[in-house]
Design a protein around this ligand. Sequence first.
Ligand SMILES: C[S@@+](CC[C@H](N)C(=O)[O-])C[C@H]1O[C@@H](n2cnc3c(N)ncnc32)[C@H](O)[C@@H]1O
Length: 271
Amino acid sequence: MTKKGSLLVVGTGLKAGGHLTFEAQSAIKNADKVFYAEGNPLIVYQINSLNPNAQTIADLYGKGKPRNVTYSQMVDRIMTAVREGLRVCAVFYGHPGVFVYASHKSISVARAEGYEAQMLPGISAEDCLFADLGIDPAKYGCQSYEATDFLIYRRVFDRRSTLVLWQVGIIGQVDYQGRRFEPKGLELLVEVLLESYPAEHTGIIYEASQNALFLPRMEPVAIGKLAEADLTTISTLVIPPAPKWSVPDMERVKRLGLENYIKNRAELAQQ
Ligand SMILES: C[S@@+](CC[C@H](N)C(=O)[O-])C[C@H]1O[C@@H](n2cnc3c(N)ncnc32)[C@H](O)[C@@H]1O
């Protein structure tokens, strides 16, 4: 038998006034208690309007405080309310399951203790960049990494596919430092990228709009000049491939009988 008390984890998307899904709104509205880790004041206003029992968990961040301590405290705060028998809704920005430790951890702790727990999808930064930058992952494929993880684990990637690097503005920064840009690590990133890309190959610094009044930031930057770029805590780096790097394996094309498909695809690419 499942216990009294439950957890629903939802995301707000990135843009105020448009990205909060109907099911997320309903989850917030119908909860006994809402916790949110959200900094956009318009979205905070919307959450509080939907449910007066909403409380921030962003107060757990502290300058210089290790992020993992903050995240554990978020899980504790969420789980304390679930254990009290409340229907709890935890709200995170973007997609709640994309680069959010506390959301996944809360769900696994709740389930391990016998509570019902579920996550609803939201609109992530990657969803926004597919739309704003006109990138379809069907075309060359798409690889997504957290920038510090990408560097320290020597992630093996393929420059023939789009490369998305999250948290490029806070490489190596495990302590929370607010919105201050942290240049540490960018030089190492450039060094590593130059093993695969020519210095003049262009990436895009991307920041999705957080408010209908503003346009997204979509700033081209040569890989070799990346260390001089103005990155923030919300910057995502996108490196599209050069189309000429994609060359089909004709042996495999023949085995699959896809000669015409390859010809049509090449013709489409010329248009
Ligand atoms: C902790 S993650 C949160 C991601 C979020 N849950 C999502 O679904 O997009 C923070 C990173 O997400 C990316 N990010 C957050 N806001 C963004 C925005 N407005 N535009 C582009 N990328 C963003 C950046 O790479 C940032 O360093």
